[in-house]
Design a protein around this ligand. Structure first.
Ligand SMILES: Cc1cc2nc3c(=O)[nH]c(=O)nc-3n(C[C@H](O)[C@H](O)[C@H](O)COP(=O)(O)OP(=O)(O)OC[C@H]3O[C@@H](n4cnc5c(N)ncnc54)[C@H](O)[C@@H]3O)c2cc1C
Length: 427
């Protein structure tokens, strides 16, 4: 049977030690079968176990193999679409619920880290950096908007203030969210998996779900075993393939790339990011970066529509890093990798139910570290019969991509080119 290892990332190289997990080779019975051991699956599993369900998690490769073990590690609150857009799309009650939940994922992460003593280099503080007056105006209105939903911990920064937190002369200003922050993402996933097991949950690795037998008593098949469950949660996101055709047709896997420098040493690290906040800029195709626990710079940016793996990641991302930090021109890149996130046309997550007993959440379109943790809670609430918050997400419209599966890649790339041109021209 295939044994899929982690990609060669800084995270895999610095992962906390974990015991080997078996592949499923028998038939098991469980209340809930979760497909995918990323944050969506693990968060769902943890909330369900805490509520008294029995849970079996099937992971095609290893815990955190997907985006959850490869991402920039930035705890960014809210969704990949602004709440005013959501307000225009849905009714006021639904918008109110979604707005109230926009900062809950970050709190869930911090509660998990504290409750289960997860060692993942958690740091507080995230900066949104504006490159143009238009972006600064957008941050000002964003702050007003979020405050309407009770999120009052945000600080606008002028040019002088942002230079105190990031040594980059491109920014006109920004916004600091102290409820944002950063983590070692793979160690967060591994810690959550250990928490799942500490509550009696079972995790099988190298155990892809290859077929779902739907119906009143659904069965999930793997190459060598099967899981009989009362409920199924589909949490495979951009790595799910065509297991559930309804989900594949309204979303698009996209690749994004990350590089990691050699350790910079305390002095240079403190010069770049004195308070150790993470930063993302406000461009449509945004750059994002932060320091690691051992004082490397992790820098990510760019999108490959359709998730093809670029041949030379360093050649794509290093110039972006040097544009922000020319002082790093002699610094070596130790790691470069790619990972897939799932884009939806609305850039809002797709949440729902297929039949009575198959639940799913996918497609947070870039910012997913916080949302996926919230999704786990909301899915668990729905399985317990409290579906108000689940329905607020489930009622968001799911649109197909223009051009269908064949033309969605060039159409989306064209759209992104247009928006990034607008960013470069400052309008
Ligand atoms: C390079 C990169 C950088 C990012 N940076 C950030 C960031 O800094 N901040 C932020 O908020 N968001 C970021 N994101 C997005 C964020 O990481 C994702 O939104 C989030 O991790 C998605 O979690 P998930 O559990 O839904 O999916 P994933 O983490 O992708 O997990 C899905 C899992 O399901 C498994 N699977 C798939 N199909 C099957 C099957 N048939 N059977 C069994 N298992 C299956 C996969 O192997 C995988 O482990 C980034 C994404 C990438 C790729």
């Amino acid at each position: 049977m295939a044994n899929t290892p982690y990609p060669q990332s800084y995270y895999a190289a610095s992962a906390n030690p974990v015991p080997p997990r078996p592949a499923l080779q028998e038939e098991v019975q469980t209340d809930v079968c979760v497909i995918g051991a990323g944050y969506t699956g693990l968060s769902s599993a943890l909330f369900l176990l805490e509520a008294g369900f029995s849970v079996t998690v099937l992971e095609a490769a290893k815990v955190g193999f997907g985006a959850s073990g490869r991402n920039g590690g930035q705890i960014v609150n809210s969704y990949s679409r602004d709440i005013d857009v959501i307000e225009r799309t849905v009714g006021p009650k639904q918008a109110q619920l979604l707005g109230q939940m926009a900062f809950e994922g970050g709190r869930i992460i911090r509660e998990r880290v504290a409750k289960y003593n997860i060692q993942c280099d958690l740091k507080d503080g995230g900066v949104f950096a504006a490159l143009t007056p238009k972006q600064m105006g957008h941050l000002e209105s964003q702050k007003r908007l979020w405050e309407r939903y009770g999120h009052t911990q945000l600080e606008l920064m002028d040019q002088k203030r942002i230079r105190e937190v990031v040594d980059c002369d491109q920014y006109l200003g920004g916004m600091l969210d102290m409820s944002g922050g950063h983590i070692h993402p793979l160690n967060l996933a591994l810690g959550e998996a250990a928490a799942v097991e500490s509550l009696g949950g079972k995790i099988y690795e190298q155990s892809p779900a290859v077929r779902i037998e739907r119906g009143a008593n659904p069965v999930v098949h793997t190459p060598q075993g099967k899981v009989r469950a009362k409920f199924i949660i589909v949490a495979g996101n951009a790595y799910l393939g065509n297991l559930v055709p309804e989900l594949a047709s309204k979303s698009m896997p996209c690749g994004t790339q990350v590089i990691t420098t050699e350790p910079l040493g305390d002095d240079l690290a403190r010069q770049l990011l004195p308070q150790d906040y993470c930063v993302e800029d406000c461009n449509y195709l945004l750059d994002y970066y932060r320091l690691t626990g051992d004082k490397r710079l992790i820098f990510g940016g760019g999108v490959v529509y359709g998730a093809r793996d670029p041949a030379n990641i360093e050649a794509i991302i290093r110039p972006k890093m040097l544009k922000a930090f020319p002082q790093l021109k002699d610094v070596k890149i130790d790691y470069a990798w790619t990972g897939n996130f799932l884009l939806t046309l609305s850039r809002l997550p797709q949440v729902g139910r297929l039949g009575d007993n198959i639940y799913y959440s996918q497609g947070c379109s870039g910012h997913g570290v916080t949302y996926t943790h919230l999704a786990g809670k909301v899915l668990a609430e729905a399985l317990r019969g409290q579906a108000e918050r689940f329905d607020a997400f489930a009622e968001l419209p799911h649109y197909p991509f223009p051009g269908g599966q064949l033309l969605r890649v060039p159409f989306s790339a064209l759209g992104a080119w247009y928006y990034s041109l607008r960013d470069r021209l400052g309008f």
